[in-house]
Design a protein around this ligand. Structure first.
Ligand SMILES: [Zn+2]
Length: 77
């Protein structure tokens, strides 16, 4: 079950390694609405919110012209 999904068309993706890339998703945190930092690797993705320390492993898919990010179900505080 997907609780949260967002499509972005403009992202500032920083290549941080041979196979990894980081980008920030403003207001991307479904918990507190803060900026989420997402790291992409060839196998999966990790997200981290510096504001509330929320960590998740979203599913990231590239579509034509954009990026779709789906977070797994998040427990409500
Ligand atoms: Zn947060």
């Amino acid at each position: 079950m997907v609780r949260y999904a967002r499509v972005m068309t403009e992202l500032n993706i920083r290549k941080t390694g041979e196979d990894t890339a980081d980008f920030d998703l403003p207001q991307g945190c479904p918990v507190c609405g803060g900026t989420v930092s997402i790291r992409l690797t060839p196998r999966d993705a990790h997200s981290y919110c510096a504001a509330c320390k929320w960590i998740a492993r979203p599913q990231v898919q590239f579509n034509q012209g954009g990026l779709q990010i789906a977070y797994p179900t998040v427990a409500q505080a």
